[in-house]
Design a protein around this ligand. Structure first.
Ligand SMILES: [Zn+2]
Length: 215
């Protein structure tokens, strides 16, 4: 069950294995506090990700005390303070791949952070499916229906920013006529079928955009 985080002591239980590839100390708060909360459902999620990619999952931030979370600028109801969230990176695997996989296995919260110096994925074990994308270091994130959502004329926010980055349009987060024109020419380059040149970025186009982003 989610939301039932267990309490551990880093000093006494830091080396305790919570799953084959995760120990208690990996979840500790960076402020050095001894107490650490870890939700079993989060560990299950992380182990699934570890097994799927067959590579070490580096936890950059998991449990945060309320004070530390505030100091880091985290939201006051952050799942990190409940021991239900982890920010992760896998060396050699794109955060896009990690986020899409976490989404595919039904993780509660999945946040994709894609900007220079901040390529990571937030996963958490909340019940309600919540997805978001943050394309800039500051300026916040955009809640999206999925990673990646369909974006088209009139769309706004960080999914649009990633699209614009991928297709070489001005990155302002607003899908106007300039982005539309750039997307249509991008689709013409990618797809022979003229039906695909619709100026709407759905799953098929996102696949190409992500390839361009990762170049
Ligand atoms: Zn996080």
């Amino acid at each position: 069950m989610s939301g039932m985080a267990a309490t551990y002591s880093v000093k006494r239980q830091g080396s305790v294995k919570l799953a084959p590839n995760f120990t208690v100390k990996e979840f500790q708060c960076h402020d050095g506090s001894d107490t650490v909360l870890v939700d079993g459902a989060l560990v299950t999620l992380l182990q699934k990700i570890r097994d799927h990619f067959g590579k070490a999952v580096h936890i950059t931030s998991a449990y945060r005390t309320a004070a530390w979370n505030k100091k880091q600028g985290g939201s006051s109801n952050s799942y990190h303070t409940k021991g239900m969230a982890a920010d992760i990176q896998i060396i050699g695997v794109s955060p896009v791949e990690v986020a899409l996989y976490a989404q595919s296995i039904g993780a509660g919260g999945v946040g994709l952070y894609l900007y220079s110096g901040g390529n990571f994925v937030h996963v958490d074990s909340r019940t309600a499916k919540t997805r978001w994308i943050q394309a800039r270091k500051s300026g916040g994130y955009t809640v999206v229906p999925s990673i990646f959502p369909t974006v088209q004329r009139g769309s706004r926010g960080d999914a649009v920013r990633l699209l614009q980055r991928g297709i070489g349009a001005a990155e302002d987060g607003v899908f106007g006529s300039g982005t539309h024109a750039a997307l249509v020419s991008f689709q013409k380059k990618c797809f022979l079928d003229t039906k695909e040149h619709d100026g709407i970025c759905g799953v098929k186009t996102w696949t190409e955009v992500v390839k361009a982003l990762e170049k």
